[in-house]
Design a protein around this ligand. Structure first.
Ligand SMILES: [Zn+2]
Length: 394
């Protein structure tokens, strides 16, 4: 289904600036190399009114999230460490609010929420598999999508919350306005909502077009998040930029405005996003990455080097589909996630193998480029080809 109005403000003028063609559901890893996959358009547009960047194609929820593969936060050591530090920070900065109840939207397997298990903590997540894991950890989890209706039910049962956390949730919902209305409904008048989203300017500046896939329905700047939140009486009272997922924005929302120099600074730095020129060059830059990647790979093969991939994140599906690369170019990819091993990157036939089961390759295309530093440090002696922001041999 193609979106005809803005997810944040309902405006009908959506200007398309990036078309990556048709791509499979990014994490629908296939059991066999030639398993047929459905492809859906990957077109990205910006709302002419509130500047929220969004995917035009809204793939049905069951198709998108019924892939049989669920992401488990705990399976990623860097993410677990990030969660531990995040929780320490919230405990230290807002002890009084934490004591009055913590709700995490999109709690996954409870990897973050478990750090709040000493207080009244509850999670909401539509994915049953990860929610089961969270429950086995002794956490209370409601298995359902979050929106205004869920918020009313929760408020009736548990009252308003001191802290609501929604990390990397707003990007994935079809109706941003409904989730923000739910957060406002559940939040105590003096409570805070902590919202983390992938940061659109980083995506634009880094040419990170592979972060576009069907699960990523919305891409936020502070300004567009602010406009969407204000419609529901939520104000951004603090914000910082972090390096998670190729660049993220962590915003604190409250029901009353409060001036904050960090918010002002980020907002000022985003003025270029009001110009069409911020978006219009993205298509050409994605196409140049594709052409250059083929050139570098051809040079590697011409020099007699063998090639494989490293990492099978969702963004690998977008990159490989857009570049038209399959197993004839990348014979296998290495990935440390057990649930992906033995499966294939959708639409490519490329098998995903465990590091200790992988044959030798001379050069690795680094598909998990956002973890480049850790991966290169942990795998010394390899030759690396990073695709983003521009293909280069390290
Ligand atoms: Zn809008």
């Amino acid at each position: 289904m193609k979106r005809t109005s803005c997810s944040g403000c309902g405006h009908v003028e959506l200007d398309t600036f990036l078309d990556l063609g048709d791509s499979p559901i990014a994490d629908a890893y296939t059991a066999t190399p030639d398993e047929p996959v459905e492809r859906y358009p990957l077109e990205v547009a910006v709302c002419a009114k509130c500047r929220l960047v969004q995917l035009l194609e809204v793939v049905d929820h069951d198709v998108l999230f019924g892939t049989g593969y669920s992401f488990y936060s705990s399976a990623s050591p860097p993410l677990s460490a990030y969660h531990a530090a995040y929780a320490r920070d919230v405990h230290a900065r807002h002890p009084g609010l934490v004591a009055r109840g913590v709700l995490e939207i999109g709690c996954n397997d409870g990897d973050l929420l478990r750090h709040f298990s000493d207080v009244t903590a509850v999670g909401v997540d539509p994915a049953a598999g990860p929610a089961d894991v969270a429950r086995r950890r002794g956490l209370e989890v409601l298995v359902r999508p979050f929106g205004l209706q869920a918020a009313h039910d929760l408020r009736d049962r548990r009252g308003r919350q001191g802290v609501v956390i929604a990390n990397h949730v707003l990007a994935h919902v079809a109706d941003v306005a409904d989730v923000l209305a739910g957060i406002r409904t559940l939040l105590a008048d003096d409570g805070i909502a902590m919202v983390e989203v992938q940061y659109l300017p980083d995506l634009l500046v880094n040419n990170a077009f592979d972060l576009v896939y069907h699960e990523h329905r919305n891409f936020f700047s502070l300004s567009s998040l602010e406009q969407a939140a204000l419609r529901h009486g939520l104000h951004i009272v603090d914000a910082e930029l972090t390096d998670r997922q190729g660049g993220s924005l962590r915003a604190t929302l409250a029901t009353t405005p409060s001036p904050n120099v960090r918010v002002d600074t980020i907002r000022m730095s985003e003025r270029w996003l009001n110009q069409w020129s911020a978006y219009e060059s993205m298509q050409g830059r994605a196409e140049r990455v594709r052409a250059r990647l083929w050139d570098v790979i051809a040079a590697e093969l011409h020099s007699g080097r063998t090639l494989a991939g490293y990492g099978a994140p969702a963004k690998a599906t977008t990159l490989l589909a857009f570049c038209g690369m399959g197993q004839e170019t990348i014979p296998w990819v290495v990935d440390t996630t057990a649930a992906k091993q033995g499966r294939h990157i959708p639409g490519t036939g490329i098998p995903i193998v465990a590091p200790d089961a992988a044959p030798h390759a001379d050069t690795y295309l680094l598909l998990s480029w956002n973890y480049a530093r850790q991966i290169i440090r942990n795998n010394p002696g390899h030759r690396w080809l990073t695709p983003i922001p521009a293909p280069v041999i390290l």
